[in-house]
Design a protein around this ligand. Structure first.
Ligand code: MET
Ligand SMILES: [Zn+2]
Ligand SMILES: [Zn+2]
Length: 404
């Protein structure tokens, strides 16, 4: 432990040093570390490995009334890759600056949240404050690559059903000003490949209907839709008159482009990959039809869904949802300003919401630049410690709701 360092911070930094970085995350060391934490805190643990080498670690603190629906505190264990030369220090050293900033991949997304849950439970256990509802902490793999071998399988399992989850907390995003972003839904992510095939021949000729000319037309149409959505983001207002955020519009980005073998051959096949994030205001079925119609407008062209999700359920933010009311009132009493929004990207909450479980995404990261997936990702140790207090009290409130 660093001199005089708060032990919660030391444990956080230990967790950050485990290289659970895609595409080859060290899940084994991560599992060992989490199981060790569970032992230390006094939580029971289970490991589900639906896909070999991709463990889901579930830690449990049984409540006074285990018949009541339980609370799930979810976090993913993997982190995204780094461009190491762009960092001011080793991204897996969890270096701490003089001012307390801890620099590491996963500092915001989302190892700070995963360890805050553990520290909060540690604190409640130490004080013998067993809540009435059971609390489960899930540590899931592969969120950053779609969660197919992680949360997606977990929610469908018998193991999950047995947990009788009533409500879940999951990740949010940093907020540059003095407020917490709270996510009650998210845009639907589709990753698609558009593959065109066409006439080929010598690179010196004017050949019609080539793969590239077809792809070019499709790209133009999709990018002009992108432009219209970007404009909407600039000028749009929601029903309450608030300026649009990313969650209100649909983004399409061309992220992969492939064609050609040699300069003097017209490519016979071309491929464009798009990252599409669809606002929950859009009807997914209609959008799919529109997309497929557009692709069909070109001959010998196919559309492949690399990542597809067919549900965009949101967690209701009204008085019918006791979990939300408790969360909102808790923040109100503590003078924490919250900004409910649609998550611009994807989280594992989509699998929970699809399954009918209300879920809120919140990371206690305020007054901090948004650095998830960026260089020099960081969080200040004092904010991290403040977050533990926040989760400790929040979890106590949620896990003691008696009415449902
Ligand atoms: C659809 S997989 C999601 C991976 C990541 N969380 C993202 O939003 O890009
Ligand atoms: Zn994340
Ligand atoms: Zn992420």
């Amino acid at each position: 432990m660093a001199d005089g360092e708060n032990p919660s911070v030391t444990r956080f930094r230990e967790y950050l040093r485990i290289k659970t970085v895609q595409p080859n995350p060290d899940y084994e060391s991560c599992k060992k570390w989490l199981l060790n934490q569970a032992k230390d805190i006094g939580l029971t643990s289970q490991v589900f490995e639906y896909v070999k080498g991709k463990p889901i670690i579930l830690l449990t603190w049984t409540g006074r009334d285990p018949e009541l629906p339980a609370i799930l505190l979810n976090s993913h264990t993997d982190v995204v890759p780094v461009f190491e030369d762009k960092w001011s220090c080793d991204p897996f050293e969890a270096y701490k600056r003089e001012n307390g900033d801890i620099i590491a991949r996963g500092a915001q997304d989302m190892k700070c949240v995963g360890t805050s849950y553990l520290e909060a439970i540690r604190c409640l256990k130490d004080q013998d404050k067993q809540p009435c509802r059971t609390i489960h902490l899930s540590y899931v793999p592969d969120e950053e690559i779609g969660g197919h071998d992680g949360m997606k399988l977990f929610v469908k399992s018998e193991d999950f059903k047995k947990l009788n989850i009533g409500f879940a907390l999951d990740e949010g995003i940093a907020c540059p000003h003095n407020a917490l972003k709270v996510f009650y839904g998210e845009r639907t992510t589709w990753w698609i490949d558009v593959i065109t095939r066409g006439n080929t021949g010598h690179g010196s000729q004017f050949i019609n209907d080539t793969a590239v000319s077809k792809l070019h037309r499709i790209i133009n149409k999709l990018l002009s839709f992108r432009e219209s959505q970007e404009m909407q983001l600039e000028i749009g207002r929601d029903r309450s008159g608030r300026k649009y955020t990313l969650g209100n519009v649909t983004s399409i980005n061309l992220t992969i482009l492939q064609a050609g073998a040699q300069y003097n051959i017209i490519p016979q096949e071309a491929k464009a990959g798009f990252d599409i994030r669809i606002s929950p205001d859009v009807n997914l079925k209609d959008f799919k039809e529109l997309l497929e119609k557009l692709i069909k407008s070109e001959s010998d062209t196919t559309l492949e869904y690399v990542h597809y999700h067919g549900d965009n359920s949101c967690t209701p933010l009204d008085d019918s949802n006791v979990w939300w009311v408790t969360f909102r009132d808790f923040c109100d009493v503590r003078n924490i300003s919250i900004e409910p929004e649609i998550f611009p990207a994807a989280t594992d909450s989509r699998y929970l919401r699809e399954f009918g479980i209300p879920a809120l995404g919140v990371s206690y990261i305020k007054n901090t630049p948004v650095l998830l997936h960026d260089h020099d990702e960081r969080i200040n140790e004092n904010l991290f410690l403040e977050g533990i207090e926040f989760y400790t009290d929040l979890i106590t409130h949620l896990a003691n709701i008696q009415t449902i």
